[in-house]
Design a protein around this ligand. Structure first.
Ligand code: FES
Length: 98
């Protein structure tokens, strides 16, 4: 799958989209794909998560292909663009303050 991630810093110093080819596996979620990228491609991608159980902690909320959702429940297939929530203060990339 192709995973594209909006990269942005709090001070506005970075604003671009980086794309990664992530090997698909059965049951893989967008959060799993993001964590794969952090482990094998770019450890600097800013992601927030905790429970990984959908809707328990709400830390993984982001915009996936234009829809606000939990990245820990959305299947990672095909082409996916992940952006930070626009109404929350940005920490870095996809990580926003709760
Ligand atoms: S990681 Fe907690 S709701 Fe997704």
């Amino acid at each position: 799958m192709k995973l594209s991630v909006q990269r942005k810093s709090q001070d506005g110093g970075v604003d671009r989209v980086d794309s990664f080819e992530v090997p698909e596996s059965e049951g893989m979620t967008v959060l799993d794909a993001l964590l794969w990228v952090r482990e094998f491609e770019d450890p600097t991608v800013g992601v927030r998560f905790s429970c990984r159980r959908a809707n328990a902690c709400k830390e993984c909320l982001a915009v996936v292909n234009g829809q606000r959702t939990y990245t820990c429940i959305v299947p990672a297939t095909g082409e996916v663009l992940v952006e930070p929530l626009s109404h929350k203060p940005l920490v870095r990339d996809l990580a926003t303050r709760l």
